[in-house]
Design a protein around this ligand. Sequence first.
Ligand code: 1GP
Length: 241
Amino acid sequence: MLLNRFYEAKRNKERLLAVLIDPAAVSSDLLQRYIKAIKTTPPDFIFVGGSLVWNDINPVIKQLKESTDVPVVIFPGHVSQISNYADAVLFISLISGRNPEFLIGQHVLAAPALKNSGIEVIPTGYILVENGKTTSVEYISNTTPIPKDKTDIIKATALAGQYLGHKLIYLEAGSGAATPAGNNTIKEVSSYIDIPLIVGGGITSSEVAKEYFDNGATCVVIGTLFENNPEVLTGFIKEVK
Ligand code: 1GP
């Protein structure tokens, strides 16, 4: 089970890196560049998904599975983003928001298809934190992110997520965030909960990722940086791990 990988890593203070690929933004040329970089220096996971995915995600996932050994995990923005070719799905509930559609609505629609697919389903509490600009996930999900300086609310939300039975907490500043999640927030949240913490959004350097790990993140997710230039993946992993 892939979920065990997160728990093992948390126990052993290992640093997991996920490369996020947005199927709506990846041309076949870019996908080939990703695959080459991933084969040279494999990350721990490939996450696939996005806020505005209008195309079929199956071909991208199929190609990633055929070309690499890295586990592919769906990071869905919508019920349409389900694929039998993936290894697992983060079954995300947007617990920082108060939009029932993203707390339970999409999940009801997705559940039967996931049961049929047989892929691993990983219950994940997703917390969107304000970052200085409106991100796609904020706009599309029609939810209000938690203010960045309200660490007490962020911590309480993460713990509530754990108590509700989520197996992972995902702290999200949003793709292309102007200011990524703060180190202090990561430290406070990771020491407040018992389950592994994933952090993503706006990370543009290995230094930031290293600080996140030092402050208790178990997994860091990078999208835009590698989307702009997949070739920097190798150097990034070497610097971080
Ligand atoms: C994953 O949304 C992030 O949590 C990805 O953010 O595109 O800014 O790396 P970036």
